[in-house]
Design a protein around this ligand. Sequence first.
Ligand SMILES: [Zn+2]
Length: 332
Amino acid sequence: MLIPLSAVMGQTRAKNLLLSSSAKDKMSHAYLFKGPSGVGKKMLARAFAAFINCRAPQGREACGSCPSCKKFSSDNHPDLHIIEPQGMGIKIDQIRRLQKDLTYPPFEARTRVVILPDIHDTMRRPEVANSLLKTLEEPPPHTLLILTGDEAGSILPTILSRCQIVAFSPLTYQEVAGLLAPEVEPRQALTLAAVAEGSPGRALLLHQTGLLELRQGMIATLTRLDPNSPDAVGMVYDLAAQAADLKEKLHELLDLLATWLRDLTLLALEQQGQLINHDLADLLQQGRRAWRPEGLLAALDHIRQARRQLLRNCNRTLVCEVLFFALLREKW
Ligand SMILES: [Zn+2]
C-alpha cells in the first residue's frame, strides 16, 4: 500500500526534518525514528521510502501513479526491504542475508530503503546488533536505513551513536480521538486516547482487543478484594489466568496497570489535574483509601519486576500470580 505522508497524523517536526534533508540532498544514511509505540514511526518510514523514490512528487507527496509509486502501492518494490523479526527477534542470519543483498546495486530505485522496525524489541541481543554496526556505519551507495524504536525500550548505545535520531512525540488526546471517530463514540475515544497516552496505534489496539474493559474489571477486583478474605487466593489465580491469556499483549495490560498506580500516587500526593484514568474516578477514590501511599511505589516496582521477568521468558501465569499477590500485599 502506498502511504501518503499526510496519512501520518502529527509528527510535523519529524516530517519537516526528513523532507528538508531530502530536498537538500543531505539525507543521513541511517535514521532512528525514536518515540512512543503506535504514533506512526513505521508508517512514516514507508511513506518516506515511497516519497523519495517517486519520479514526479507533487509538493510534499508521492504522485501515486509513476512506476515506482505503483510498485509501492502493490507492496512489490524490489528495493524496499522490511526486516521483520522471526520468532523472538531478528536473527543474525537475516542480517547476513540483508548484507549480501546490499552488496548488489539497487534494482531500480534511486534510493533503496531498508526498514528495521521496533529494534528495542527485535534487536535486543548484542550479537545481532553488532552484526549490523558495519552496515550502519558504511551503508552501500544509494541505500538508506531506517530503524524504529520505542523510547521506553532499551536501544543499544552502539546503534544510537551510528544513526541520526528523529524524535516522534505523542499526539494530543483530541487528535487521537479524531482518528478513532466515527467508529468509537467521542467520550470513549477520549478515554482511549488518554489511557494510550496519545498513541493512536495503542488506542486502537486497546479498543479492538477489549483491553480497556479488561483493565477496568481487574482494577475493580483488585480495589475491592480484601487480601485476608478466604476468596482472595482463588480470585488472584483467576486474574492471573486472564492476564496470562493476553500472551504477547500482556505488556500492554502492565502499562495500563502502571498508569492506574501512577494516578493513585498522584491522588495520594493530591495532584488531581494530571490523571490519566478519568473514566475510573470512583475506583480511583476507593483505591486511594485501599492502598498505603508507600505501598504504591512498591507496587510500581512489582510491575517493573514483572516486565523484566517476561523479557526473560519466565512463565506468564506465574509472573502474573506473583504480581497480583504482591499488589494486594501493598494494601492497608
Ligand atoms: Zn510517484
